[in-house]
Design a protein around this ligand. Structure first.
Ligand code: NAI
Length: 469
């Protein structure tokens, strides 16, 4: 006799586990099927959380080396990599255990094994020992996330130590002397920063002629200058055509995108960070008749429903940015819809943060997008060099930039490069969620002295004039 549920979620990443908790809170009987031994998916186990533990620790190490002396603190920091990795592992454990606790608290059945959709209303789970059990359910949510995509058209033999993906780049046992990062996107710059701060000479090879491709042009240009100043090297407009093991390390061959002679660089470790792809393997989607789109993503309508009634999908496995918080919001919205409420995600107001030093945070439209759409816009910009708190903290790199509708002053986008950008961006997020204007923000009293005053000043700059510059 099969167990019977209102909702079976396949995958316990931020989309799946958050959606499951919300559904349980709304009174649904919920099970989550997870093939990893721990809950939390890529984000908690090998992605956002471990990388942030290493980014924080390596940032402290770099500050102790390069900035403490300017604050009158003399230290000679010494790296204990094993302990730093231990900090990362403890952080991961606390978070994945936290999800297990929340499942118990919300009476969600967490089931370890690989889920396969037999048909609408039935999920088969295969355990590690090969035994199977069947779950009967009113609704199925596919929340299986994404996997490392590799380099389009290039066969890469990942070996976990010299040719690595982000999964292994968070667990290198020694600091490589040299590292090549293929892909100047989010993962490449975050993990490239970690190993650079810990002592590796890092070269980023990127296809586009800019890093952080989708970001506002101003932001990526200034940010790249900051990364260069920190010591990272860049080969832009370079298409990687081969990654091979060689002489105990690996070599990368690339050619100018505009045409020209190919070049080869060697390093102890090559990190391939050229994107992720939706993970649908072994789910039985074809047999169940679930349609995919042209990019291999599960096709959904505005209510996360696939073409098969009773089967839904959220997160990295569907369209939209591959971001944990986007998946979480979709999980919540789907749970609300299944419970008969009005679930909704505002895709125009999803922040995006790169956790480098300084951080980069972005929400809404970029200047390039507004130009392309022919929108008449105003720009308000304010640098952290003119912010008192930033000076006191020696964190004067970067700026806040608002993009507003020229006629109405409504905020259309906000882009921040600077210390704490990932937290400050939410000031713009709330404002945009309420359709607010730059003047609304600028006329809101901000505590002094804070970095957030730069956000207010940039808002002032968009519709009038900033005070402190
Ligand atoms: P990405 O899409 O951000 O960057 C990949 C880069 O590789 C692109 O700039 C692309 O032009 C380049 N590339 C592709 N083929 C190439 C070739 N043959 N030669 C040279 N360069 C090439 O992908 P990434 O960094 O792997 O991240 C994967 C996903 O995970 C993204 O969707 C990202 O948003 C998400 N993520 C988000 C984080 C955050 O929000 N902080 C952190 C880590 C990942």
């Amino acid at each position: 006799m099969a167990d019977t549920y209102d909702l079976v979620v396949i995958g316990s990443g931020p989309g799946g586990y958050v959606g499951a908790i919300k559904a349980a809170q709304l009174g649904l009987k919920v099970a989550v099927v997870e093939k990893r031994k721990t809950y939390g998916g890529t984000c908690l186990n090998v992605g956002c959380i471990p990388s942030k533990a290493l980014l924080h620790a390596s940032e402290m190490f770099a500050e102790a080396q390069h900035s403490f002396a300017d604050l009158g603190i003399e230290v000679a920091p010494k790296l204990d990599l094993a302990k730093m990795l231990g900090h990362k592992d403890k952080t991961v454990k606390a978070n994945v255990d936290g999800v297990a606790f929340l499942f118990k608290k919300n009476k969600i059945d967490g089931i370890t094994g690989t889920g396969r959709i037999k048909a609408a209303g039935e999920v088969e789970v295969t355990g590690e020992d090969g035994t199977t059990r069947s779950l009967a359910t009113k609704a199925i949510c596919i929340a299986t996330g994404s996997a490392v995509a590799g380099i389009p058209g290039v066969s890469v033999a990942f070996d976990g130590t010299t040719i690595v993906s982000s999964d292994d780049a968070i667990a290198l046992k020694t600091v490589p002397q040299t590292m090549i990062v293929v892909g100047g996107g989010v993962i490449g710059l975050e993990l490239g920063s970690v190993w650079h701060r810990l002592g590796a000479k890092v070269t980023v090879v990127e296809y586009l002629d800019k890093v952080l491709g989708p970001m506002d042009g101003d932001v990526s240009a200034q940010f790249q200058k900051m990364m260069l100043k920190q010591g990272l090297e860049f080969r832009l407009g370079a298409k990687v055509t081969a990654v091979e093991a060689a002489d105990g390390g690996a070599r990368v061959t690339f050619e100018p995108v505009k045409g020209g002679a190919a070049e080869t660089l060697s390093a102890d470790v090559v990190l391939v960070a050229t994107g992720r792809k939706p993970y649908t393997e072994g789910l039985g989607l074809q047999e169940a008749g679930v349609a995919l789109d042209g990019m291999g993503r599960v096709e959904i309508d505005a209510h996360y429903a696939t073409n098969v009634p009773g089967i839904y999908a959220i997160g990295d496995v569907v369209k939209g940015p591959m971001l944990a918080h986007k998946a979480e919001d979709e999980g919540i919205a789907l749970a609300e819809i299944l419970a008969g409420q009005a679930g909704h995600v505002n895709y125009g107001v999803i922040p995006s943060v790169v956790y480098t030093s300084p951080e980069v945070a972005s929400i809404g439209k970029t200047e390039e997008e507004l130009k392309k759409e022919g929108v008449a816009y105003a720009v308000g910009k304010f640098p952290f060099t003119a912010n008192g708190r930033a000076r006191a903290m020696l964190h004067t790199d970067g700026f806040v930039k608002f993009l507003t509708d020229k006629a109405t002053d409504r905020v259309l986008g906000c882009h921040i490069v600077g210390f704490g950008a990932g937290d400050m961006i939410h000031e713009a997020a709330v404002l945009m969620e309420f359709g607010g204007s730059a003047e609304d923000l600028a006329r809101t009293c901000h505590a002094h002295p804070t970095l957030s005053e730069a956000v207010r000043e940039a808002a002032f700059a968009a519709f009038a004039k900033p005070i402190h510059i």
